[in-house]
Design a protein around this ligand. Structure first.
Ligand code: SAM
Ligand code: SF4
Length: 333
């Protein structure tokens, strides 16, 4: 069957079968590394995909061989009609996953269970309430912790995304790893990445090497096991011997995983980004509304993808100053 499906392949032979769709640019948190301090421009609702448009566009991607769709944002659970939308998406022959800050999980739990969603990534950058509130500029720490417990009680596979930033939360590496020893969670330390409005500089990121050195020093290298990475996984995975959970590092800055990248991003306003760092976008929503076919546009958008980092040579402070990109909240992480 598989060879009858047209595939989305770039000029380096990378097959793209994983689509991340941003459902909205809105969010109930204001994480400073994602949402610029001045906020984002509020745009007319008509500029964004409705659920019907999103479904129709998603189906085209599935016809082109997409096997997995992750719903993200902004905060995907604030999208009006989310519960109905996932029941419709669940009818497609794909795996559906979700990335969320978990504040609204309890209100959507039944819908998530009914749609058969199993894999949920939750962002939580600190285990200290006050610090979490400072990072997210809101006060939902306990709600999030309760909802993570609710997900675990209901047997979801839960990954916790932690964006590590120097002198912000890099002193919590061991606390997070300790959490993975007693709970069935997978902690993912993510290197802080540069986007518009997040005051990034190279010195603020915490590298894979630094994280692993700290963990080895604390537990002893013989207790830190390297565990298998899934195909196209962006995470290098580890487990402390005897733990229920595990942890990993996504080293997008110091060790980009571009050579095995299979991801396509569709923004809430219906534009393809063929890389998180691409400077160009392909507007599918306008074409869809004009009644034009989308397949060629999608194939061309991915074919023109750069080999690495959206065409940038490195992530030096000098290079990053030249990047013109959206803020992360308007891309969909
Ligand atoms: N609101 C949801 C959430 O926070 O999980 C989904 C959207 S959020 C943009 C998706 C992921 O992107 C989160 O795990 C977040 O931590 C990550 N992210 C946002 N800005 C980032 C940055 N500058 N560097 C690395 N990861 C970032
Ligand atoms: Fe919202 Fe997620 Fe961005 Fe935080 S990381 S501001 S929760 S979209």
């Amino acid at each position: 069957m598989d060879n009858q499906i047209e595939k989305i392949v770039d000029k380096y032979g990378r097959v793209h079968d994983y689509l991340r769709i941003s459902l909205t640019e809105r969010c109930n948190l204001r994480c400073f590394y994602c949402m610029p301090a001045e906020g984002i421009e509020l745009r007319d609702k008509a500029e964004f995909m409705s659920s019907e448009e999103l479904l129709a566009i998603a189906k085209v991607f599935v016809e082109l061989g997409v096997k997995k769709i992750r719903l993200t944002g902004g905060e995907p659970l604030v999208k009006r009609g989310f519960d109905d939308l996932i029941q419709e998406l669940a009818k497609l022959p794909i795996e559906i996953a979700l990335t969320t800050n978990a504040i609204l999980i309890d209100s959507h739990l039944d819908a998530l269970l009914k749609a058969g969603i199993k894999n949920i990534n939750v962002s939580l950058d600190s285990l200290k309430e006050e610090r979490f509130n400072t990072i997210s500029r809101r006060s939902y720490f306990h709600k999030i912790k309760e909802n993570i417990s609710l997900l675990l009680e209901n047997d979801f596979n839960v990954k916790i995304n932690v964006v590590l930033m120097r002198d912000v939360n890099d002193d919590e590496i061991i606390d997070f790893v300790e959490w993975s020893r007693t709970e069935k969670i997978h902690i993912r330390f993510i290197e802080f990445m540069p986007f518009d409005g997040n005051n990034w500089n190279l010195e603020k990121k915490v590298s894979l090497k630094e994280i692993i050195d700290k963990v080895n020093f604390f537990y002893g290298a013989d207790k830190v096991m390297r565990i298998e990475d899934a195909k196209n996984d962006t995470t290098k995975n580890y487990q402390i011997k005897g733990s229920i959970g595990s942890f990993g590092v996504i080293s997008s800055v110091t060790n980009p995983f571009c050579s095995t990248c299979n991801r396509i991003r569709l923004t809430a306003d219906g534009k393809i980004k063929n890389c998180l760092f691409s400077q160009s976008e392909t507007d599918l929503l306008t074409e869809y509304r004009a009644g034009n076919p989308l397949k060629e546009l999608i194939l061309n958008a991915i074919h023109s993808k750069y080999k690495e980092r959206g065409g940038f040579a490195d992530f030096s402070n000098e290079t990053v100053r030249k990047m013109k990109n959206r803020s992360m909240i308007t891309i969909g992480g």
